[in-house]
Design a binder for this molecule. Sequence first.
Ligand code: NAD
Length: 427
Amino acid sequence: MTAVQSVERPTMECETQHFLMAQRQLDEIAQEMGLDPELHERLRYPKRSLIVTIPVRMDNGTVRSFTGYRVQHDVTLGPAKGGIRFHPEVNLGEVAALAMLMTWKCSLMGLPYGGAKGGIRCEPWNLSLGEQERLTRRYTSEIINLIGPDKDIPAPDMYTNEQTMAWIMDTYSINVGHTVPSVVTGKPVSIGGSFGRTEATGRGVAYCARRAVSHIGLKKESPTVVVQGFGNVGSITARLLHDTGYKIIAVSDVHSGLHNPKGIDIPRLQAYVSEMGKVKGFPHADEITNAELLGLECDVLVPAALGDQINDRTVNKLKCKIVVEGANGPTSPDADMKLHEGGILVVPDILANAGGVTVSYFEWVQGLMHLFWSEEEVNNRLEQIMGRACDQVFEMTVKTGLRPRMSALRIGVGRLAEAKRLLGLYP
Ligand code: NAD
């Protein structure tokens, strides 16, 4: 069953390669589950897209204008939720595609949110802290009509962090005249952030890795792990798996990789990276390239850096049993199919990296209640929600023979479709 192709709808500005890939995923699952074609057509496009020009006074006194975006893909199940990234490659299509993914992710995890994403096209590494602050504050005021604790709640993403969230919260609060912590998540604990939020995505990835290992029946005391990317997600995943007895045999960052078949001492590497800023030069491992890292024989491969790392060019090199997607969109649709055919289990991004948005949800709830939980409580609740979602996806995979990505989408899209059916169409 295909979406209703309305003759009046021209090609939309968001229809970039990246967005078309997200649409293709939806089309595939819509066909598989026999989704109502009119509903399918509605879900193929974002609900709202805003493009803003952001003038910023630079340190040298000149004024430079940046382009920013905020896209809400869906708001059926609750306010929109999604990160804000600063990157030179940010464009409407990328933001719209990521907003759509957020819709499926929130629905899959059973969170009362729709999906959103935002971003500013800039080179954050070339901006001073003051320039970043002015850029963030002006962007916030340009999108202020869209956001709010009941409307749309931003969070950090690539090259934004808890400081960025603090600036957004402050700008929003000043404009409405009172403090509104729940307008953002991923903010510092001292201003209403949640314990466990910084580690939440890596914790969820590590949890999924362990569940996947037992799902395929791998009976090994120390499964071997390769992690691409040693930032927030990659380093926490590596640390937590290391602490539960897994052997992390390789890691990498943007500069280079490290390999030690006997296992890398992750706490020592973390200390080294916080001092040196990169993994290169760590004395207890051999240096390898990112391309070599992807082809290493291991039980679990965790791509935790960029999108499109496992693609037509790299997929045939993989020698792992399981891929757990820490990053968003690290595997192309064709590569995903190939991995499935080759018997490699892929735990898809909308499940594997959903720990971040799940603890963001906890942060939002705690902020609205003005009642804060201990780190232990946060982690226990996270494991409960991740465990439930893992079980549902693996069960669906066994029952239907679908790839795990399609099983996850089927659950996410199915829940939303049911909600839309019950709510009906206004007017
Ligand atoms: P980060 O900026 O903290 O870390 C990124 C890491 O990737 C760094 O170590 C960087 O050096 C490395 N890297 C960059 N380019 C690389 C390349 N070409 N090859 C190898 N390594 C490279 O970012 P993060 O927060 O850890 O996010 C990583 C991924 O996880 C992103 O795709 C992000 O969208 C996704 N994600 C993050 C969260 C979160 O809560 N942080 C939640 C969901 C998804």
